[in-house]
Design a protein around this ligand. Structure first.
Ligand SMILES: NC(=O)c1ccc[n+]([C@@H]2O[C@H](COP(=O)([O-])OP(=O)(O)OC[C@H]3O[C@@H](n4cnc5c(N)ncnc54)[C@H](OP(=O)(O)O)[C@@H]3O)[C@@H](O)[C@H]2O)c1
Length: 376
């Protein structure tokens, strides 16, 4: 019998609410990309009576996450709860039943990833976790997929946006405590910021990246880490005078002598790409034997950015389910492109070199307003 793919969403907080909104309101586009039809069966939360975004049907909420995972019509479980106890239990239960699982849970992957991956393999299930390292930056896929035919020798990056936002504010003259309070007010830092400022969150992400890059069952307690809590405004100013910026860098390498890893506040030359990021951004540099160095930079956290990574995994999971099971199909087809207008036509030219258009990033960052301006 042909059916639709059933999705269970666990958690409807910062990340889960963005995922739910996309799944519910962009269904046609998502189904076109996967080639299969799906149904969001329900959303499990801790307290189903809490007010939720008005765009989500209140009848979808349930307090019973376990019953939802066990619903026989569920094929794919998306875990956006966080933590390492209930989330682990629910994911394990889903994998035991052969369900596909997508999670954003770095704490869990960094401490129990190797065990959960073995369980998934034993049950013929798939565990995907693009959002567990560096939010919207597709670094998991790059390591696990695009570079799977190469050998990764090293990777490094600024992978904790909260610390970077604090250090950036300190470069503008704030004391550590002021910068932290500001990051909390802007929603970058949690009420208890210790995981971020002590380097634990960066160690979690580094462990996840090392599992993928080096194929090693590394867990985060094995990664030596220090954070930024002892960094002073004076250190930051002095580093700047000497031509550096302080960044919380996570780095790892695999050499014939073994694996090396660590998280620490380090001095980065001011013209280095790690110094160029400010605020809550992340950056990752991967060195592969044949591909050479590759850099990705972008939003490391936040509801919509993290949901982007979760939904990429959802599309991959639904495509795979569509290939294995008799799920209702929808055409995976390109839209007809009737006309393609010249994109450089409206950009200014340099007065001294008028044959050349002046490149301006804002035009790619906001193409809709750019095109509207050109048409008006
Ligand atoms: N926030 C980010 O920018 C970000 C970035 C990358 C990765 N992540 C990861 O994404 C995950 C979710 O983070 P978040 O920021 O969205 O967390 P959050 O805002 O605290 O939301 C957690 C959600 O889980 C629900 N929940 C908690 N315990 C539950 C249980 N036992 N059963 C069912 N539901 C339960 C909560 O329900 P109530 O609403 O009823 O309390 C809430 O809806 C975490 O693993 C986090 O590390 C987050």
């Amino acid at each position: 019998m042909v059916c639709t793919a059933g999705i269970a969403l666990l958690g409807c907080g910062t990340v889960g609410a963005s995922v739910a909104e996309r799944l519910l309101h962009e269904r046609d586009a998502i189904e076109r990309r996967c080639g299969v039809r799906y149904e969001l069966r329900a959303i499990a939360v801790r307290d189903a009576s809490k007010p939720r975004p008005g765009s989500i049907d209140p009848r979808l909420f349930t307090n019973d996450a376990r019953a939802l995972v066990n619903d026989p019509h569920v094929d794919l479980v998306i875990e956006c709860i966080g933590g390492t106890t209930q989330a682990a239990d629910l994911i394990e239960n889903a994998l035991e039943r052969g369900r596909s699982v997508v999670t954003a849970n770095k704490d869990l992957l960094a401490t129990q990833g190797p065990r959960l991956q073995s369980l998934a393999a034993a049950r013929g299930a798939r565990l995907r976790y693009e959002a567990a390292a560096c939010g919207a930056i597709p670094v998991v896929r790059m390591l696990d997929d695009a570079l799977a035919g190469d050998r990764i020798d090293a990777l490094a990056g600024v992978v904790n946006g909260t610390c970077n936002a604090i250090l950036s504010a300190m470069e503008n003259g704030a004391e550590f405590a002021e910068a932290l309070a500001d990051a909390q007010a802007q929603g970058y830092a949690e009420a208890d910021p210790s995981n971020d400022v002590e380097g634990i969150d960066a160690a979690h992400k580094l462990a996840v990246l090392m599992q993928l890059a080096f194929g090693l069952a590394v867990i985060s307690p094995r990664v030596r880490h220090s954070g930024i809590a002892a960094v002073t405004k004076r250190d930051v100013a002095r580093a700047q005078m000497l031509g550096y910026r302080i960044r919380l860098v996570a780095a790892a390498a695999r050499t014939p002598a073994g694996a090396f890893a660590g998280v620490a506040p380090v001095l980065v030359p001011q013209d280095h790409p790690f110094a160029a990021i400010s605020g809550p951004e992340n950056i990752v540099r991967v060195v592969a034997r044949d591909a050479g160095p590759l850099i990705m930079r972008g939003r490391g956290a936040g509801g919509p950015a993290t949901a982007s990574a979760v939904l990429g995994d959802v599309v991959s999971s639904l495509r795979a389910l569509g290939e294995r099971h008799d799920i209702a199909r929808t055409a995976r087809a390109l839209e007809p492109a009737l006309d393609v207008a010249p994109i450089f036509a409206d950009l200014p030219r340099h007065p001294e070199l008028p044959r050349y258009t002046l490149w301006d990033n804002t035009f790619l960052d906001a193409p809709v307003s750019h095109v509207n301006r050109a048409l008006s």
